[in-house]
Design a protein around this ligand. Sequence first.
Ligand code: GLY
Length: 305
Amino acid sequence: MNAREVRKTFLSFFEEHGHTRVPSSSVLPHGDKTLLFTNAGMNQFKDYFTGREKPRFPRATTAQKCIRAGGKHNDLDNVGYTTRHLTFFEMLGNFSFGDYFKEDAIAFAWELVTKRFGISPSRLWITVFRDDGEAREIWRKVAGVGAERIVGLGEKDNFWSMGDTGPCGPCSEILVDRGDAYGPADMDNGERFFEIWNLVFMQFDQKADGSRSPLPRPSIDTGMGLERMAMVLQGVDSVFETDLFRKLIHRVEQITGTRYDSGAAGVPHRVISDHIRSLTFAFADGAEPSNEGRGYVLRRILRRA
Ligand code: GLY
C-alpha cells in the first residue's frame, strides 16, 4: 500500500466513524509560545482539551505535519542511524474532545490495524501505563489481545505530554515485532518492537510548577507515524525505503555520485533526505534560519545536512 493510500485509509476510516476531517495546521504553532515547532496532531486542538475553547466538533481526524527537532520531543540526533526516526513526519490522528474514551479508541485502533491495514495480530504487541489496569482489560476484552502480549511500562514510555506544560495522560502503544533479525526480544529495543501508533488517554493539564489538574472531560489523542505505517505495509526495512523517500534518496545519489547503502554508509543519504523535508516544510510555512530559537534549530538542521 503506498503512503497516499495509507493516509486515505486512515482518514476515511475515522470519517466513517463520525470524525470531522480537519486540515493539517502549520509546522509553526500559532499563539503557543511553549513550542518551537508543531510536534503532534493534538497541538492545534490544545484549547479544546483544556476547555479554554468550545470544540467545533466532538471528534476529529487529521494528517498533521510535524517537526521533532527541539524541545521535549527531539529526534534530531537519531536521524540517519535508525530505521525509524525522522525530524519531519506526518502524524495520522483521531481525536475525541470529551466524547468517546478508552474503549472506543482501542476498538477503533484494533479494527483499523488488523482489518483495514491487515496486519496479523500475531505480529502485534501492546504497551500500557503500568497503573492503567482499565486499558489492559479493554485490550483483552474488546480486542482479544492475550495477556502475555500486553506489557505495562512506566512514565518514561507510557505517559505522554506535549511539552513541559499542557494536556497529558497515560498512553498505550501498538508495536510491531519485526523478529530476531532486529535484535533481542527486549521492549527497550525500538528497532525490533517498532511503535506504529500511540493512543493517549488525555486526562490532565500539566502546569509549570509540576502539578497536574484534571481536564474538564477525559479525551482521546492518537498519533500514528505515516512513514512508519507505510514501511510496515510495504514490507521494507526502513522508512527511508518507502515510496515517500525513494525519489529523494535517488536524487541524493545522483547529485553526490554515491550509491545508497542501507547500512552505515547510507547515513548521509538518510540525513540529507530527512533534513531537506524539515527545512522545506518549515520554510514553506514561513520560518527562516537565524541565530536564536526556532531559526537556530533550522540552522543546525541545515548544517547537519
Ligand atoms: N500525541 C500523541 C503522540 O505524539 O504520540
